[in-house]
Design a protein around this ligand. Structure first.
Ligand code: OSB
Ligand code: MG
Length: 370
């Protein structure tokens, strides 16, 4: 395909409820959406970056700059045969996986539209619905957390993920287990602990958690390997896995038993497929994480979660868990059995509502610049 035009949208979207993790509290989210035009079609992709480098080193400003000055010029060079060729095209640019992933997703959307198939089908997805859960931020009190869990359970979410941090951990999980002895439950620390916290982390084995997500430093593998030897609960890595190479290193070191694959964190859908395939060969289960995406990123995540080794419920919640109004139609809804449908229309399988995208836009640019 020959790319004719690319647009960048820096958008702001307000969450219905603030989301608090060990690294901060978010309410007004900012992201970069790209629209890629070729052969009379348009594909969309999302880079779920944040204003500050708290979850990842990438920010709205670095993403805007790296896309504009380094990545977009590479897409206007030679024609692109397949979306899966983009990681190679992008190799001269070091790092910046989310900036790359947004552009790559838009080209995947285009390729699926040109082939006349849903994105999930094009990338090897085998499911039409996937099991999903909900990730619940740190609350003001244990009572509030129990209320939130009751609300989400009533809506149909089965697996519950609780964010933890020092001071909001063992007692909180004990209270949740007292009220819900049997639910699929997990905890995500977003790098809030060190090996000095071994006794506390060991005590979490009592709560029969599905996994504990990223307990130690955001870029660590070695300490996680040491910790995993001392824990019964499987460690799941999130922040530490930023590429297929890092996934290979993590498995070689036995730093985790499970990997959370977020396509934007690892550089895109092609990298997500590679990590999926590697984990599949090693019998390491994976699941699809989320970065509070709009419907554009969510559609891509659902396509990826349809791959065979995505055997654990994803952090892919319904549009109304995040937004008063999503920027795609139809919005994503939860099925009564705790699953979500993988879109079956061509490409992303949802329609981007241009007026809503433009209403959310703070800054816009079009390339080649006129
Ligand atoms: O660590 O998984 C995480 C959201 C923002 C940044 C990091 C994380 C999260 C979530 C929310 O847990 C997942 C979602 O519902 O999109
Ligand atoms: Mg996480």
């Amino acid at each position: 395909m020959k790319i004719e035009r690319i647009e960048q949208f820096h958008i702001a979207m307000r969450l219905k409820q603030p989301f608090e993790t060990s690294f901060g509290r978010e309410e007004l989210l900012e992201k970069i959406i790209v629209a890629v035009y070729a052969e009379g079609l348009v594909g969309y992709g999302e880079s779920p970056v944040e204003p500050l480098p708290l979850y990842s080193y990438e920010t709205v400003e670095t993403c805007w700059h790296v896309q504009r000055d380094a990545l977009i010029p590479l897409l206007f060079g030679a024609e692109i045969e397949h979306a899966s060729d983009l990681p190679t095209r992008f190799t001269p640019v070091r790092g910046h996986p989310m900036a790359k992933a947004g552009l790559e997703a838009a080209v995947w959307d285009l390729e699926a539209q040109m082939a006349g198939v849903p994105l999930a089908k094009l990338i090897g997805g085998v499911r039409t619905r996937v099991e999903v859960g909900v990730s619940i931020g740190i609350q003001g009190s244990v009572e509030e957390l129990l209320e939130r869990i009751a609300e989400y359970r009533a809506q149909g979410y089965r697996r519950i993920k609780v964010k933890i941090k020092p001071g909001w951990d063992a007692d909180v999980l004990a209270a949740v287990r007292t009220h819900y002895p049997d639910i699929p439950l997990m905890a995500d620390a977003n790098s809030a602990y060190t090996l000095d916290d071994l006794p506390l982390l060991r005590s979490l084995d009592a709560f029969d958690l599905l996994m504990i997500e990223q307990p130690l430093a955001y870029d660590d593998l070695l300490d996680h390997a040491t910790l995993q030897r001392d824990l019964l609960t499987p460690i799941c890595l999130d922040e530490s896995i930023t590429s297929p190479r890092r996934a290979r290193e993590a498995l070689a070191l036995h730093a985790c038993g499970i990997i959370n694959i977020k396509p934007p964190r690892v550089g895109g859908i092609t990298a997500a497929q590679a990590i999926h395939d590697l984990c599949n060969q090693r019998d390491v289960p994976v699941w699809c994480g989320g970065l509070l995406e709009t419907g554009i990123g969510r559609a891509a995540n659902l396509a990826v979660a349809a791959l065979p080794n995505f055997v654990l419920p994803g952090d892919i919640s319904a549009s109304d868990r995040y937004w008063e109004q999503d920027i795609v139609e139809p919005p994503f809804v939860l099925n009564a059995d705790g699953t979500m449908n993988v879109p079956q229309g061509v490409g992303l399988g949802v329609t981007v509502v241009r007026e809503r995208l433009e209403a959310a836009t703070l800054r816009r640019a079009s390339y080649p610049q006129d």
